[in-house]
Design a protein around this ligand. Sequence first.
Ligand code: NAD
Length: 494
Amino acid sequence: MSHSFTLSDKTIAFLKEPKKLLIHGQWVAPLNKQYFAAINPSNNQEISQIPLAESSDVDHAVDSANKSFENHWKTVSAVEKASLMFRLADLIERDQQTLMELETLDNGKPLSKAQYDMDACIHHFRYYAGWATKIEGATYPVSKDALVYTQKEPLGVVGLIVPWNFPLMIASWKLAPALACGNCCVLKPSEKTSLSALYLGKLIQEAGFPKGVVNIITGNGNPTGIALVRHQQIDKISFTGSTKTGKFISQQNAHSTLKRVSLELGGKSPNVIFSDADIEKVTQSLHWSSFYNTGQECTLGSRVFIQKTIFDQVIDQLIKQSKKLSIGHGLENPDLGPLIDQGQFKHVMDYIKSGQNEGAELICGGHRLNDKHLKDGYFMGPTIFSHQNDRLKIVNEEIFGPVVVVSSFDSYDQVIQRANDSPYGLAAGVWTQSHSKALQFANDVKAGTVWINGWDQFSPAVPFGGFKDSGIGKEMGKSAIDLYTQEKTVWLNY
Ligand code: NAD
C-alpha cells in the first residue's frame, strides 16, 4: 500500500537537493566533505545523504550566532521578532504536508501522527511569538532612595540538541522560546532524523530571519554534539535525549565555561489503575499510553499497576485493543510504525530476553514482525509482560520500544511506594473516580506531570519537564521564558 502513496512535489524536490549545513544564512558543505545516510526505518532504504559537521563547522556556526547576536539580533525589536516567528509558523502550516512526509520517511511514524507533531510545531511558534512582546521585569519598592528593578535579558547563543522520536516538534519546543527571548541558536537534530530540521532551515530563511540567528548543523553525538557541548562561546545547552547523554553533558559542563543547561531526559512512568476507575475510559486509553509512537516516547506509561480486583478484566482489554493496532510503513498511515533502526531494535530485543530470563511472563508480542512487506524494516508488535518483581531490569530501566510491564497491587500505600520506586520522574497517571484519591496521588507521586483519568496531554502554554533523573528545568509555558533568559537586577540610587 505504501507503494501507492505519492509524495508531494515539494518533498520530491527537497529529497533531490544536496543537503548542506545552514551557517550564517548560507547553505554550506561540511568542511571535511563527509556525509552519512538518512535511512527510512520502514524499508531500510537510503533517503538522502546528510552532512557530518565536525568541530570546525560547529565553530563557524557558533561564531555566526555570536556575531549575529552582538551585531544585530539584540537590537531587533520584540515586535519584529514576533512577526518573524508568526511568519515562520505560517510557512510551516503552508508546507505541513511536506514536513509530515519528511518526518514519516525519516522516522517511520504514521503520517497522521506526523501531522499531530506539525500542528504542535505551529502552535509552539505562535504561542511564543506572543511571548516575545511580553517578557517583563519587576520593580521592588525596598528603598525611598533608590529605584530597584529587574529585567530579563537573552542569554546570547544557545545550543539546541534534539532526539529522533519527535524530531521537529521537540526542535520547536526549544527554538520558539529561545528566539522569543532574543537568543541566537545553533540547532542540532538527531543524526537519525535530520531532514525536517533542514527543511525548517529553508523556511527560516524564507521568513526573513537575519543571517546567523538560526544555524543548523547535522551530525552524530560524537563529534557534532560533543563539539557543541564543549564550546566555550555558547551560553546555554538545551538538551532532550537519554539520561546517559544528559549526565555526560552535565559532566562536560564542569570542564568548560559554566553554561546554563536544561535537560529533558528519559522516563519510566507509572500508570496506576484503581478498581473504581471508569474501565471504559481506561480501555480507550491504555494501549495508546503504552505503545504510542511504537513505545518510543519518553512519557509513556510503561509501568502499569492495576488493582488486583480488576487485573484480569483490564489485562484482557489491553491485549484485545493492542492486537487491533495496525502496524506498517508510516506512509500507509497505520497506528504504529517501525522502531527507528537496527540498534534500537536490538536494544529492545535484549530487554525482552532479559525479561524472559528474569522470570517475567511474556503475555504477547516480543518478536520481530516478518510479514513480506514488513521484513526489511524494524517492526515489532505491542509486547506485554506481567510480573510481581519490581527489581527486574525491564521494570526499572527505560526500554524505549513497544514494551509495557504490568503488575497487580492491593492498596494505595503499596502502589504509591512502588510508583515512586524509580530513578525516573517524568510523568505519572492515575485512574479513579475518587477525586480525593486522585489528588492525594498527584501530591504523593514524584513526577513532573500527572495525568488524572487521561494521558499524554500537552499544550505550549503548560510547563513540562521531569523530576529526578528525568531532567532539569521545565519547557513550555512561562517556564521556558526563564530557561532562555537571565535576570539582571539594577539599583539606581537617586
Ligand atoms: P540520545 O541521548 O542518544 O541523543 C539525543 C541527541 O543528543 C541526539 O541529537 C544525539 O546526536 C545527541 N548526542 C548523543 N550523544 C551526545 C554527546 N555525547 N554529546 C552531545 N550530544 C550527544 O537520545 P535519543 O536516543 O536520540 O532519544 C531517546 C531518548 O530521549 C530517550 O531516553 C527518551 O526518553 C528521551 N526523550 C526525552 C524527552 C523529554 O521531553 N523528557 C523527549 C523525547 C525523548
